[in-house]
Design a protein around this ligand. Structure first.
Ligand SMILES: Cc1ncc(COP(=O)(O)O)c(C=O)c1O
Length: 357
């Protein structure tokens, strides 16, 4: 089967094998070494000298971690949404009692700096900005560097909380350089791992906010993670098998060099979009904001995404994803995170071209 959804992604054989390593004591010396080593590796990939925590959970848990550890009930936050995952970030903040101001962009577009300035000028008491780096539901990458310039340089004391779930370890992301305060990501994307781990980085400013945050938290309380980390332990029983896999995946990513990993994703993203256009399909977003981890392809008029997806599965054993929310039947999404090659994409293109011919 050619699994081409935007996560979970196909996991390399050696990383799968690492998961069958016999269990070890998660409060013993061997685990301690692995926890310290993987945390350092994660910091390199995030581009940070600040704190990174490893959670057992999915990306949504890491988004929740960002919110409950930095915010208090009634805090005003700006939720920028360019798709369903952006909506989710705002929803989590709302459920925990934040006063959410919404900035919702049209599906297939990225947020623009002026839209953010308008909101921040209109609501000076906004304490945090929530934004999706790469919106997996529409195949759009926001310009995080530009967003950060607005939020962190033009205004003072605002937290920048980033959903980097389908971007970190695939698209250029520089936590310290871009002054992001929290970035959340999850293992089933560019990390080349199965689902089950999530990683979340906190700047010193975010840690300061933690001290005053009154939102309820227990499992995702980063104070617990920090306290136990000092002893070389996780606070709760971790997904030990996934930790073995993470250890190997990080070794491979760092050996290749993170900039090379970014270049590889750029190349396969451009190749995919180019091939899709060559066979007469169109891409949902404009080229300048198109994501290099997932391609959102418009379903030709007169067809439904479900039909196309069934055709690809039944005839080629290729698994693609439909759209989400209002785009459910209107687009299909092709994932190309991790070690995706031209040979993984070519059969997808062949199948798509046979669908319309
Ligand atoms: C951008 C983005 N945010 C959030 C999520 C939610 O992550 P999870 O399904 O791991 O909870 C995803 C998952 O696809 C995502 O791509």
């Amino acid at each position: 089967m050619n699994l081409r959804i935007p996560g979970p992604i196909p996991v390399p054989e050696d990383i799968l094998e690492a998961m069958s390593t016999p269990m070890i004591n998660h409060r013993g010396a061997e685990f301690k070494d692995m926890l310290f080593r993987t945390t350092e590796g994660l910091k390199s990939v995030f581009g940070t000298k600040d704190s990174v925590y490893i959670l057992t959970g999915s990306g949504t848990g890491a988004m929740e971690t960002a919110i409950v550890n930095t915010l208090s009930r009634e805090d005003k936050v700006l939720s920028i949404s360019i798709g369903t995952f952006g909506d989710r970030f705002g929803e989590i903040a709302k459920i925990y009692g934040a006063d959410v101001v919404y900035l919702k962009c049209l599906p297939g577009t990225a947020v623009e700096a002026n839209q953010i300035r308008d909101c921040l000028d209109k609501h000076p008491s906004i304490k945090a900005v929530l934004v999706t780096h790469n919106e997996t539901s529409t195949g759009v990458a926001n310009d995080l560097e530009e967003i950060s310039k607005v939020v962190k340089k033009e205004y003072e004391n605002k937290l920048l909380l980033v959903d980097g779930i389908s971007s970190v370890a695939s698209l250029p992301t520089y936590m310290d350089l871009w002054r992001c305060d929290v970035i959340s990501t999850a293992s089933q994307k560019g990390w080349m791992l199965p689902p089950g781990l999530a990683f979340v980085s906190f700047s010193d400013f975010a840690i300061e906010s933690y001290k005053n945050s009154d939102m309820p938290k227990f499992y995702f309380d980063i104070g617990q993670y920090e306290k136990y980390f000092k002893m070389g332990q996780p606070p709760w029983t971790p997904a030990v098998s996934l930790m073995f896999a993470l250890d190997l995946a990080l070794e491979q990513i760092l050996k290749e060099g993170i900039e090379n990993v970014y270049s590889r994703h750029k190349e396969i993203g451009e190749f995919t979009r180019d091939q899709v256009r060559k066979i007469g399909f169109s891409i949902l977003p404009e080229e300048k904001v198109a994501s290099n981890t997932v391609t959102a392809v418009n379903v030709p008029d007169g067809y439904q995404a479900g039909e196309l997806i069934a055709f690809m599965k039944n005839n080629y054993d290729i698994v693609l994803a439909a759209g989400q929310g209002e785009l459910k039947e209107k687009i299909i999404r092709i994932g190309h995170m991790g070690k995706t090659t031209h040979d993984d994409i070519k059969p997808v293109i062949e199948g798509l071209s046979n669908f319309i011919s």
